[in-house]
Design a binder for this molecule. Structure first.
Ligand code: DC
Length: 222
């Protein structure tokens, strides 16, 4: 049986940074499920499907073939044969992903892929519904969070480092709006699984969070 770690939490809590580092240290594959929803959102933007047209999204998502592969340990998302990693991490695509991800047909398709990946390999998978829906039997579940002000500042610093113009207040407003949508949607809303360990990173450094989670992995897996 494969060894699975589920990491859930709101946007900007540091899930991907932490999961990537823990994967390296513990020799696990890192599966970034947000990137899969982002790839689906990118497809809808390219195809000019309106983001409030649920029936249109449900229909169109059948034409999106999304797979992942690994290059030098990095997850590469392939959308209809094309490596789309470079287009996924913009605010536009993130907001579109939040609109596309509540559609049941989209979730069914991507959750199936995620379950297959976890069954095949020891992995740490991050997202919103990993501990609650995708991997309910994961040996370790973490709910990673931080205040919205702290998360907005982190996103701001990330974008500023890439030279992208941005506005801190707008980022915080977007994050709060996205949290609300992710937590209140009908299908697989973001919430802490009952057996998840809560880690609030508002006042923790990245290294402190990584050590804490590696500690938890060692406790569970020896
Ligand atoms: O983690 P992220 O910002 O890359 O995720 C983008 C969007 O995808 C986010 O608004 C919620 C959605 N998502 C989801 O619904 N379920 C997941 N397992 C991962 C992401």
């Amino acid at each position: 049986m494969s060894f699975n770690v589920a990491v859930d939490g709101p946007a900007g809590a540091g899930k991907s940074t932490i999961a990537r580092a823990v994967a390296r240290e513990m020799n696990l594959i890192y599966v970034d499920t947000g990137a899969m929803y982002r790839a689906m959102a990118l497809f809808m933007l390219k195809e000019k499907v309106a983001l409030d047209d649920r029936a249109g999204i449900a229909e169109k998502c059948r034409q999106a073939d999304i797979t992942i592969r690994y290059e030098d340990g990095e997850q590469v998302v392939v959308l209809n044969g094309e490596n789309v990693n470079a287009f996924l991490r913009t605010e536009e695509v993130g907001n579109a992903a939040s609109a596309v991800s509540p559609v049941p047909e989209v979730r069914e398709k991507l959750v199936e892929l995620q379950k297959q990946l976890a069954a095949q390999s020891d992995c740490i998978m991050d997202g919103r519904d990993i501990g609650t829906c995708v991997l309910p039997a994961a040996q370790l579940k973490i709910y990673l969070t931080a205040s919205s002000a702290v998360r907005a500042k982190r996103r701001y610093d990330e974008l500023a480092a890439k030279g992208e113009a941005c506005d801190l207040q707008k980022i915080q407003a977007d994050i709060e709006e996205r949290d609300y949508r992710d937590m209140h949607r009908e299908m697989s809303p973001l919430k802490q699984a009952e057996d998840a360990v809560l880690v609030d990173t508002s006042d923790m450094s990245v290294d402190q969070v990584i050590s804490r989670i590696i500690g938890l992995c060692r406790e569970r897996f020896g």
